[in-house]
Design a protein around this ligand. Structure first.
Ligand SMILES: Cc1ncc(C[n+]2csc(CCOP(=O)(O)OP(=O)(O)O)c2C)c(N)n1
Ligand code: SF4
Ligand SMILES: [Mg+2]
Length: 351
């Protein structure tokens, strides 16, 4: 018999955030993933980010597809809205939910199989339309749930657990997100929580389509020599472009860094991304330079992590479509069905 429920009782001395919740309030059910799976570390980073951002759990909607990665929303934010969609269809279901209610914060959780194979078209259109969401791909280079087949993000020349060499070119979702017009693009590693938590906080606070690819080793099928998504490989080949601090609009901003080494990026909601450049001249506001930088380092076998690109004043699909601000469930019948005369007027305007 398995026990999936956590005790509801919280120790009375647990620290609370500004909206009165403890970290435990952001947890979900007990994980059923393999011990050591990178996906569980990403769940822990999401919990930490939401707690630190003082988000009321009922303000979050978490959506996913199918896969071990897409199971993870069950293991965090147990008091938030959730929808486990069909394989690869998270982006379109999330787009619909977002258009119906822009008041929620949308978290899209997916896998490399879910987003780079069956859901590639869905991923592409959510990014190019600027759907406001934090889109997190838990990238292990394999279909973990169906026992370790190469996914489309597996590097050419990398080996499976049984020694089979992958001959196909890899899809780089970060490169695609940059090319498609995402306005916040980062890459993290499940084993580096110090970098991942601020990356997630920045994505949740971003005003447009935010994408984070998180390398997340699959200990069951892709954590061996020959894999380029193993813990050892990522630790040995990680090139971080910057260290990122996230400062919410309400916190005092202290200037303790020498000028020239730090870049402050203020987002539309007043939050500040403070980037300490680890590489000379790395500029996260230049989309084309970010693409060139990524490709150059990828060719050297390096995995570039950090915040690679941000447009701090990005707008989203609602702005583009000029939609009504009120969530649709808050409109009355007369507003939702304005009648035949209004329809006629609309039709005439399109003729
Ligand atoms: C329409 C459809 N096709 C295929 C499958 C089988 N399937 C389930 S999960 C999965 C791949 C999951 O890989 P990924 O998204 O990388 O998640 P991981 O398990 O690696 O975290 C596949 C092909 C399915 N469930 N539905
Ligand atoms: S099979 Fe791989 S991806 Fe799935 S839970 Fe196990 S380690 Fe994680
Ligand atoms: Mg996978």
């Amino acid at each position: 018999m398995t026990y999936l429920a956590k005790p509801r009782l919280h120790h009375p001395t647990l620290a609370t955030n500004k909206v009165g919740y403890t970290r435990r309030d952001y947890e979900g059910k007990i994980s059923t993933l393999c011990a050591g799976c990178g996906h569980d570390s990403i769940s822990a980073s999401i919990i930490e980010a939401c707690w630190e951002l003082d988000i009321e759990p009922h303000r979050v909607a978490k959506l996913s597809g199918i896969g071990c990665s897409s199971k993870t929303p069950d293991y965090f934010l147990g008091a938030s809205h959730g929808f486990n969609t069909v394989h690869g269809r998270m982006p379109s279901v999330l787009t619909g939910a977002n258009l119906a209610n822009r008041d929620l914060l949308y978290l899209g959780v997916s896998g490399d199989g879910d987003s780079a194979s069956i859901g590639l078209g869905q991923f592409a259109h959510a990014m190019r339309r600027g759907v406001r969401m934090a889109y997190i791909v838990e990238n292990n280079g394999v279909y973990g749930l169906t026992k370790g087949q190469f996914s489309a993000t597996a590097d050419q020349g990398s080996k499976s657990k049984k020694g089979v060499v992958n001959t196909d070119s890899a899809i780089d979702l970060v490169g695609m997100a940059l090319q498609l017009g995402a306005t916040y693009v980062g890459r993290g590693f499940s084993g580096n929580k110090a970098q991942l938590v601020p990356l997630i906080k920045g994505a949740i606070s971003h005003g447009g389509a935010a994408f984070i690819d998180v390398i997340s080793p699959c200990v069951a099928f892709n954590n061996h020599p020959g894999s380029t998504k193993s813990y050892d490989y990522v630790r040995e080949h990680n090139e971080a472009v910057s260290r990122i601090d996230f400062i919410s609009g309400r916190e005092e901003i202290t200037a303790d860094i020498a000028p020239g080494e730090v870049m402050d990026v203020r987002q539309h909601d007043g939050t500040l991304l403070r980037l300490r450049s680890l590489h000379a001249n790395y500029d996260p506001s230049d989309r084309y330079a970010a693409m060139a930088y990524m490709q150059k380092h990828q060719a050297l076998g390096e995995i570039v992590t950090g915040l690679l690109y941000v447009d701090p004043l990005a707008t989203d699909l609602h702005t583009a479509l000029n939609t009504v601000e009120q969530a649709l469930n808050g409109l009355d019948v007369a507003e939702l069905c304005p009648g035949a005369a209004s329809l006629e007027k609309l039709n005439n305007s399109l003729r």
